[in-house]
Design a protein around this ligand. Structure first.
Ligand code: 2P0
Length: 311
């Protein structure tokens, strides 16, 4: 048996839309931070047939089976018993597929002695779920062309950012990210503007991280998030992932910033708000978001490490 752990990551420059070729390549460069405070633990062993248990219950995940079939096209991998559990809500906009595929390829690499380096693990994780490519690494991570391998751009202790996650619903999303982004590509008239701006946003965020310019990173990260949600909202049928509490949390973050705190928000394909801040503001941010009606739980996180085998 082999056990691996990985953390979700949150994108500061978002991925929303794929290239029109097989292999699950993002259409635009994207950039994330890996979160220590949320963890997926996956243990696998060789078995008579493939089984998957997610958070203690048998699960059927067609995306997982398709990915395993593709992996078996390149490597000799026996049937596997896979147990995966998340210490945070699953499929609810907290990037459980990112940590899930990152932990799984890391465990398979060890158990089956595939000998893959991190870059190749990242490539296989991307085929499962593009954001999973980024969770192979800790700290600040870019996923960009021409190779579309994730690349660590700064270590976690380069800049001691903290993330306050406000959970406003633990329901699984009703439209998956993969389905949603394809809908956006096909139907949103804002999608072409999204593609046009992405490279500049990616460069601005990378530069801001390099020189630790919080104001500059706040501006580009919030804008990337809001552009992505504008594309979602203008898709047909519309993709609306926010709750009323999500909107109130965004207003609170803006108020905190007006009163001098170093904080910005980002939101993924779900209703949770992730407030990224400097340490001096983290208590105030956690307290302000915790008081918002409809916020069920606050999770605080520092930046974390990449995927690794733990036993
Ligand atoms: C991101 N998301 O950059 C964006 C922001 C959600 C919103 O990456 O189809 O689960 O498996 O490649 O990686 C979620 O998409 O999608 C995602 P697939 P994935 O974090």
């Amino acid at each position: 048996m082999t056990t691996a752990q990985a953390h979700p990551n949150i994108a500061l420059v978002k991925y929303w839309g794929k290239q029109e070729r097989s292999g699950n390549f993002p259409a635009t460069p994207n950039l994330s931070i890996t979160l220590a405070g949320l963890t997926t633990t996956t243990n696998i062993s060789k078995a008579a047939r493939d089984t998957f248990v997610l958070n203690g219950a048998p699960a059927d995940d067609p995306k997982l089976w398709r990915w395993l079939k593709t992996l078996r096209g390149s490597f000799d991998i026996p049937p596997l018993e896979i147990h995966s559990s998340n210490d945070f809500p699953t499929s609810a906009g907290l990037a459980s597929s990112a940590s899930g595929f990152a932990a799984l390829i890391t465990a398979i690499n060890a158990l089956c002695e595939l000998g893959l380096n991190e870059a190749t693990c990242s490539q296989w994780a991307r085929i499962g779920s593009a954001s999973a490519a980024r969770s192979i690494y800790g700290g600040f991570v870019a996923l960009t062309g021409p190779l579309w391998l994730a690349v660590p751009i700064a270590k976690k202790d380069h800049w001691a950012l903290e993330v306050v996650v406000a959970i406003t619903s633990t329901d699984a999303k009703n439209v998956s990210s993969g389905e949603g982004m394809e809908r956006s590509r096909l139907t949103s008239s804002f999608y072409s503007a999204w593609l046009r701006d992405a490279e500049a946003d990616f460069t601005a965020a990378s530069d801001a991280i390099g020189i630790k310019d919080f104001t500059a990173l706040s501006a580009v990260a919030e804008l990337s998030c809001l552009k992505m949600h504008s594309v979602m909202l203008t898709s047909q049928p519309t993709l609306s992932y926010w709750t009323p509490a999500s909107i109130t949390c965004m207003d609170r973050v803006r108020s905190l910033r007006s009163s001098g705190h170093n904080v910005f928000f980002t939101v993924d394909a779900g209703p949770q708000i992730k407030a990224v801040c400097l340490s001096a503001s983290a208590d105030a941010v956690a307290s302000a978001l915790g008081d918002v009606p409809g916020v069920i739980k606050i999770i605080r996180s520092h930046l974390g490490d990449g995927a690794r085998v733990i036993e």
